[in-house]
Write a protein that binds this ligand. Structure first.
Ligand SMILES: NC(=O)c1ccc[n+]([C@@H]2O[C@H](COP(=O)([O-])OP(=O)(O)OC[C@H]3O[C@@H](n4cnc5c(N)ncnc54)[C@H](OP(=O)(O)O)[C@@H]3O)[C@@H](O)[C@H]2O)c1
Length: 256
């Protein structure tokens, strides 16, 4: 497992996404992922699976303290009171007394940034939340958010077909984690010829090349979602090879 260092904190570069995982299947995927070595799990209040994620962590052989756990608050709950209430509910469902990272799931036009961020800081002070972050924020809004709270992360769509040059630069400057969601472009990149070709020289699949390309960049973590043992295993098998500078550039050029 590799890590990204953010403000002195080590965050596992590869995590498990859980959007669209539910019920027993979700609990099982989380438990299996932890058994395979994953130590970073991403959920959200909106995914309606925090209970199953909590169950998966609890029934695994891995201590809760070893897992970097993220959840997110949906914009309709951005009032001060609702951020506090819904996060307390998240903690109960996740069977934990704190999350490592709490994110604003999307920007909102309806509530000023300082309201949800203020509530998150309150939760941070009481020890229910380790770090605060945002998701789907453009660079200018990350700057605005950083005026109200220490922003540890911005989680955005990022994969070989979707460039994020500006946010990458900002993440390095401001020292935040750029978490790449939909890192496999939901399967779109699986048959890409360039990724296939590069993978061929390393004995790796296009998915593994895409994940490697992401986590090999400074400040970037990736959270592929997977259900099957096969996918969980192969997505985690990306720590035994490196892409050359030229290969990194070739993948960067795939962006549309
Ligand atoms: N912040 C946000 O607004 C936001 C938005 C979207 C997503 N996210 C987060 O990012 C996570 C990942 O994004 P995503 O779920 O949209 O898309 P993704 O991770 O790019 O793709 C998931 C799909 O790819 C399949 N897959 C996984 N590994 C594979 C492999 N090695 N080979 C072939 N297929 C593979 C999965 O199948 P199986 O499940 O059948 O294994 C699933 O259908 C989400 O689960 C969520 O946690 C956040």
């Amino acid at each position: 497992m590799e890590h990204q260092k953010i403000r002195g904190v080590q965050v596992p570069s590869l995590g498990l996404g859980t959007y669209r995982l539910s019920g027993e299947e979700c609990a099982r995927a989380v438990e299996r992922a932890l058994a395979l070595g994953y130590r970073h799990i991403d959920t959200a209040q909106m995914y309606d699976n925090e209970g199953e994620v909590g169950k998966g962590i609890e029934s695994s052989a891995v201590d809760r303290e070893e897992v970097f756990l993220t959840t997110k608050v949906w914009p309709s709950d951005f009032s001060y009171q609702r951020v506090i209430e819904t996060t307390r509910q998240s903690l109960r469902r996740l069977r934990t007394d704190r999350v490592d990272l709490l994110l604003m799931h999307w920007p909102s036009r309806d509530v000023p940034l300082e309201e949800p961020l203020g509530a998150m800081m309150e939760l941070q002070e009481e020890g229910s939340v380790n770090h605060i972050g945002v998701s789907n924020f453009p660079p200018s809004m990350v700057e605005d958010a950083a005026r109200h709270a220490e922003i540890f992360c911005n989680q955005v769509e990022y994969h070989p077909y979707e460039a994020q040059d500006e946010l990458l630069e900002q993440a390095k400057e401001m020292d935040y984690l750029l978490t790449a969601y939909r890192p496999l472009s939901r399967g779109e990149i699986l048959n890409d010829e360039t990724l296939q070709e590069i993978g061929g020289t390393h004995g790796k699949t296009p998915a593994q090349v895409a994940l490697r390309w992401l986590i090999q960049q400074e400040k970037v973590a990736a959270i592929p979602k997977a259900t099957s043992e096969d996918h969980l295993t192969s997505n985690f098998d990306v720590f035994d090879f490196e892409l050359s500078d030229e290969e990194m550039e070739r993948v960067s050029r795939l962006s549309r």
